[in-house]
Design a binder for this molecule. Structure first.
Ligand SMILES: [Zn+2]
Length: 322
């Protein structure tokens, strides 16, 4: 009950703020233009490398008889990975350096922008989900289907999502401060490069480590996976102040290499990320049993961190090529 009350309070704070699902999430929070559909993964070079006839594979979630079902489906590249989280001028101003000019993945600034875009997309997803659940809850209360003044499953679910959106909003504000002060070293990164891999997957996501508390929040990590010329780049990004809490988790990636590293990254992506695209040429060439195993892992992990997933043989990467 205490947790419910705490979440309820956070939820109320967030509910009463000015958020709408098409608000521009730029760092000064003063923009009044409506958000446009913007790419969360570099369109010109990254999506180019992955798509076939203008299409990519992306996980799609549907509710079927009250249970989540996932299938990895073909989507158009202009639909894949886009989110309505920033207006056109701010999308350009914030991200042109990693969208329109050659990106330098060795600079703190470009690595920050990569993670910042992941954070804005994730906040937009959290807010959208919370607003939908709150509307659904309110509609049921208005129809007198459930009480509005005592805890119900619908009410608690909406409150939990509002609280989560609020916590993520506070996390996003830390990134805003780094951007506004141009102190890009406030974000730390673990960069890993595996050479000789074909372009198969791209990821822009943020996941939480729910068993690691930092203050009132949990530890959070942005993960970007990018197919580059000659190999694949994997970047884990986290607030510098959180490094000591997050380091033990990162060691599972630092101590692996080659296929084993890519297997661990694949399982992490399937277990905790939703914003990723797969090359149709790679996906369609996989055995059906491998495709089914990956979809099942993705589906089973929704809403929880799976234990024991390390044993999975799933991989979203190609074997090394000469
Ligand atoms: Zn704007």
């Amino acid at each position: 009950m205490e947790r419910f009350k705490r979440n309820h309070l956070k939820g109320r704070v967030f509910e009463l703020s000015k958020f709408t699902t098409d608000r521009c999430l730029e760092p000064t929070e003063t923009c009044t233009r409506r958000a446009i559909s913007a790419h969360s993964i570099q369109n010109a070079r990254v999506l180019d490398r992955l798509c076939t006839d203008g299409h990519l594979i992306q996980p799609r979630l549907r509710a079927r008889f009250g249970h989540p079902q996932v299938s990895f489906e073909l989507v158009g590249r202009n639909e894949a990975t886009t989110f309505a989280g920033v207006c056109g001028p701010h999308d350009d101003a914030l991200f042109k350096d990693i969208e329109k000019s050659p990106t330098d993945y060795s600079t703190d600034e470009h690595l920050f922008l990569l993670a910042y875009r992941s954070v804005l997309r994730e906040l937009h997803a959290c807010v959208t989900s919370a607003v939908k659940l709150q509307f659904a809850f309110q509609a049921k209360v208005d129809l007198a289907l459930i009480p509005g003044d005592s805890p119900t499953a619908d009410g608690m679910l909406a409150v939990e999502h509002l609280a989560n959106a609020y916590e993520f909003y506070l996390y996003k504000r830390e990134y805003d401060d780094i951007y506004l002060e141009q102190k890009f070293s406030g974000l730390s990164h673990l960069r890993l490069f595996e050479p000789g891999r074909l372009p198969t997957v791209a990821v822009s996501s943020v996941f939480s480590l729910d068993n690691i508390s930092i203050g009132d929040d949990v530890a959070r990590i942005a993960l970007n996976v990018l197919p580059l010329r000659g190999g694949v780049l994997i970047v884990f990004s986290f607030l510098q102040d959180h490094e000591q809490h997050i380091q033990p988790f990162l060691s599972r990636f630092q101590t692996a290499a080659d296929d084993e590293l890519l297997r661990r990254v694949s399982v992490q992506v399937l277990n905790s990320c939703e914003n990723f695209v797969v090359a149709p040429s790679f996906w369609n060439a996989l055995e059906v049993s491998k495709r089914m195993a990956m979809q099942e892992l993705f589906c089973r992990s929704i809403g929880r961190d799976l234990k024991g997933f390390e044993a999975s043989n799933c991989t979203l990467f190609s074997p090394a090529v000469a």
